[in-house]
Write a protein that binds this ligand. Structure first.
Ligand code: NAD
Ligand code: NAI
Ligand code: ISE
Length: 335
């Protein structure tokens, strides 16, 4: 059986996901698309030799009887409306992060899904599907080195075109907020945000880097350096200090060159390439789960918890204080 997919938002990541579904993955086909920019969408479809129905409006696409399930890859502020409409239509929906741009919006989606009585929503936190993070999770859950005590992490990107305000936290760090609580199977209780000397190599008025300190319910201390104008590459690090050893996220494999009296290794420069395998696994597992009628990836609840965490980090950045993160008890629906 083939899953008939409709995609809303044919920008950078919408195009990437369509290409991987069309050319690499199995058991799904793109039957419908919607984007506010029709010209760009038509040009892309013809370049990829994909024929799909075009909808002026994402809501009409969601309601179409020809569409079994939906991918939401439009820009963040549109997500809430599209996900709510999909839940209302009783259709499975994969939504790129953020689930909604406010914690309140995420909560509405959680409440709507509980009311519908069935898990329908998955959020695009693809790092959970990365081989290295999955290996780290096994080490922690098997307690191979005892309990985890401290995490030292970094989220570095060469530049952040289009970023304004606090997007380093609300757009980029959300990946750490999700994957680290999944890795530790724990939740956050407090946050502090420290602003070191800012780089001169970024747009005026932006603070970069930041250091975020999170504490979990079990007392683990997490230190994340966020540096999204670091110039040299896209570099994601996660080093875990346990009771009897340390373990780190593996570096992506790359050629080692010995040349001109130097030993060198290339560094990836963009997120697409760094997580290409994770995106493939994420979407294939979502397609298979959807065809089987059961959702088991990052849930609307996970999207909500991440939004609450991001909001507290923004508050902590502006107050300079350690701020409490009060995550309500997880509804039994998501246990
Ligand atoms: P983009 O700006 O390149 O693409 C967004 C597209 O959505 C555009 O083509 C735009 O025309 C379209 N759009 C906007 N409003 C729309 C609407 N109401 N109906 C239909 N189409 C609409 O953005 P992007 O970089 O592709 O990011 C899209 C989403 O993906 C964002 O939420 C972003 O956070 C997320 N994202 C996730 C990752 C990841 O690592 N998981 C990486 C990049 C982007
Ligand atoms: P983009 O700006 O390249 O694409 C967004 C697209 O949405 C554009 O084509 C735009 O025309 C379209 N769009 C906007 N409003 C729309 C509407 N109302 N109806 C239909 N289409 C609409 O953005 P990009 O980089 O592709 O990001 C999209 C989403 O993906 C964001 O939520 C972003 O956070 C997320 N993302 C996730 C990544 C990840 O690592 N998981 C990486 C990059 C983006
Ligand atoms: C982008 O939106 C993503 O989601 C990427 O995965 C992230 O690493 C990058 O910094 C964001 O801009």
């Amino acid at each position: 059986m083939t899953l008939k997919l409709g995609v809303i938002g044919i920008g950078a990541i919408g195009k990437d996901h369509i290409k991987r579904i069309h050319h690499k993955l199995s058991r799904a086909s793109i039957v419908a698309v919607s984007d506010v920019n029709r010209e760009q969408t038509d040009a892309f479809l013809s370049q990829e030799c994909i024929s799909a129905m075009y909808f002026e409006n994402g809501i009409d696409l969601i309601q179409s009887k020809d569409v079994d399930a939906i991918l939401v890859t439009s820009w963040g502020p549109t997500h809430e409306e599209f996900v709510l409409a999909a839940v209302e239509a009783g259709k499975f929906v994969f939504c790129e992060k953020p689930l909604a741009v406010t914690a309140e919006g995420c909560r509405q989606i959680v409440d709507a899904e509980i009311k519908a009585g069935k898990r329908l929503v998955q959020v695009g936190f693809m790092r959970r599907f990365d081989r290295g993070y999955r290996q780290l999770r096994n080490v922690i859950s098997e307690q191979e080195m005892g309990l985890p005590l401290i995490l030292n992490c970094a989220h570095r990107a060469p530049a952040a075109p289009g970023f304004f305000g606090d997007m380093a936290i609300s757009d980029s760090l959300v990946h750490e907020f999700d994957v680290l609580r999944w890795l530790l199977q724990d939740d956050y209780v407090s946050a502090q945000v420290i602003q070191p000397r800012g780089t001169r190599l970024c747009d005026e008025g932006l603070q970069d880097p930041h250091v975020i300190l999170l504490r979990t319910r079990d007392g683990i201390l997490i230190n994340i350096e966020s540096f999204v104008n670091c110039q040299y590459g896209y570099d994601i690090q996660c080093n875990i200090i346990c009771e009897s050893g340390t373990v780190s996220l593996p570096e992506p494999s790359s050629l080692q060159r010995r040349h001109n009296a130097r030993l060198s290794t290339e560094i990836i420069v963009d997120w697409q390439e760094r997580f290409v395998d994770a995106f493939d696994v994420e979407l294939q597992e979502w397609i298979d789960a959807t065809l089987a009628g059961e959702m088991n990836g990052p849930s609307a609840w996970d999207g909500y918890v991440v939004a609450v965490t991001a909001d507290v980090c923004l508050k902590a950045k502006h107050s300079g204080a350690i701020e409490a993160i009060d995550i309500p008890e997880k509804p039994t629906f998501y246990q």
